[in-house]
Design a protein around this ligand. Structure first.
Ligand code: ZN
Length: 51
């Protein structure tokens, strides 16, 4: 079951929770970000991931 969680704060892509697995990351400020944007941020050194 896909449950819409919200939209990516970088690229506005819709983020779903698929069978209990979130296809994105929640940043410490509470924003949602998709994996692709998270990778881009890490490459640029903009926003270090929470983990
Ligand atoms: Zn994104």
């Amino acid at each position: 079951m896909d449950e819409k969680v919200g939209t990516c704060s970088r690229c506005s892509k819709t983020i779903y929770c698929k069978s209990g697995f979130l296809n994105g990351t929640i940043l410490k400020e509470g924003k949602l970000i998709c994996f692709q944007s998270e990778e881009n941020d890490i490459e640029k050194g903009v926003c270090p991931p929470l983990r």
